[in-house]
Design a binder for this molecule. Structure first.
Ligand SMILES: *Cc1c(COP(=O)(O)O)cnc(C)c1O
Length: 238
């Protein structure tokens, strides 16, 4: 291997290790088991070569936003042991592709999308794990179902045999101060707890996907089980 590659892998290793350490410290501070938080390395716009290096550097789960881009990466890297999560906005006409690639879809936000994913998963006889994306602040530019309608969607998904609900995801409004985001993380956790208390059959509610480069430690303090970090690992995107 070229020494240039080795240098890049080493630097990815250092960054991933540092993020993992910060996750562990945030979890311990919150009296949580650090192994209850998983790092999703967000690789949208990042090349196959750099993802390959990130896998060598120890990254295990990759988050992708665009279906076609993810398909290319998935087939180029299928020999390696990586797990793929879909974290972007999902259109129904892409459902048949995503069920073939992704272990977890973070962004289900309507009954129609859930129905189509269920239909496509049934065709390949797969139980597709999903999260419901909640738009807590009602931002028009963002996907996600309203907190008020979340219970309805949970109940709907609980009737779909080829979907396995695991929890909730959110993309809160952007602030450059993590403390300003904390109320949204807390709100998602409370919504999750409320739904958990309803003991709805055939669903799980253990996962909370929240927190990115600027605020993942705060998210961990508020209960995140999946943090989605791109920039802090790969640097700023083009
Ligand atoms: C891009 C993206 C991220 C990662 O954001 P960074 O600030 O680069 O860590 C996380 N979640 C979603 C849904 C994204 O689209």
């Amino acid at each position: 291997m070229l020494s240039f590659d080795t240098d890049q892998i080493d630097s990815l290793k250092r960054r991933i290790h540092e993020i993992q350490e910060r996750i562990n410290r945030a979890a311990e501070k919150a009296e949580r088991d650090p192994s209850s938080v998983r790092l999703v390395t967000v690789s949208k716009t990042i090349s196959v070569e750099r993802i390959r290096m990130a896998i060598e550097a120890g990254a295990e789960i990759f988050g992708e936003n665009y279906v076609q881009e993810a398909q290319n990466k998935f087939s180029a890297l299928s020999a390696l042991s990586a797990t793929w999560h879909f974290i972007g906005h999902l259109q129904r006409n892409k459902a048949r592709y995503v069920v073939r690639i992704f272990d977890l879809i973070h962004s289900v936000d309507s009954t129609r999308l859930a129905d189509e994913l269920n239909r496509q998963a049934s065709k390949i006889n797969k139980i597709q794990s999903i999260l419901i994306q909640v738009n807590l602040a009602g931002e028009k530019t963002k996907s996600g179902i309203s907190p008020e309608d979340t219970e309805m969607l949970v109940r709907h998904v609980s009737t779909l045999p080829y979907l396995s609900l695991q929890g909730l995801m959110t993309m809160p409004p952007y602030f450059n101060a993590p403390e300003k985001v904390r109320p949204y993380f807390r709100q998602l956790r409370m919504l999750r707890d409320r739904i958990m208390d309803m003991s709805i059959e055939n669903i799980g509610m253990s996962e909370l996907s929240m927190g990115m480069t600027g605020d993942f430690e705060t998210a961990v303090a508020e209960g995140a089980t999946l943090v989605r970090v791109g920039t802090a690992i790969f640097g700023a995107r083009a």
